[in-house]
Design a protein around this ligand. Sequence first.
Ligand SMILES: [Fe+2]
Length: 275
Amino acid sequence: MAMQLELEKITPVVGVIAHGIDIAKPLVPEQVAAIRNAVLENGVLFFRDQGLTQETMGGFVGNFGEPCNDPFLISNYANAAGRVIEMNTVRYRKATAVWHYDSSLAATPAALMALRAIELPPVGGDTCWSNMYAAYDALSAPLRDMLDRLTAEHSAFRVLKLMGINASDEYLDGEMRNIHPVVRVHPETGRKALFVNELWTQKIVELDDQESEAILAMLFAHVQSPSFTMRWRWRKNDLALWDNRAFMHYAVKDYTETRVLQKALLKGDRPYGPN
Ligand SMILES: [Fe+2]
């Protein structure tokens, strides 16, 4: 008999902690299904005290999809074991202290993601998550109707600027530029989520530049409401598994020390809108 997954919600809209499960051990199908449901329902699921190697981390996340590379980091981590990377985040902290989906510039952004804390600053370096179903639902009906019909261009332009790299870089070509719906229909839940983000979204295609800038600025401010968000204070060996299709994250850049996280991405599909 599989142990029941014991769940403790963090807020009513985002985040839940799973107790009483050792994820380094092989999971039975009932446990995999319970974990997947908890992630779909709460956006992000946390496990405490999980001492995992790159191999056991890869084995755990492999229950939920096909591990894939981060298209933006691929050149640095092309040989990562089981596609699980271990990274010191301090050098990326300016670029990740912005609400974002990972890899939304890709044609098929990651579906699920996992992070595990290996080494942490004494204080600081928290991660926040925000529920984009709730953010969408909180908009007025006429605005939702308009957004339902729009698409936006995602590219590495802003990230490169934040990292101090000339934005005419080769990253901006080809695969690093894609058009996605502004409102994404989640392929598993069927619910609508806002799918623009301040890190990767450049422009709403159907609007002129000034209109696009104003609408995006309004949406980027809207998604930051504490009503949709939570904040996680990491402990060593905490693991977070989340749905990168409807929940954004933000890494607080209030630290300067080493902060090492294990990270894995699971392959997603091409986002589609309501129309
Ligand atoms: Fe991220």
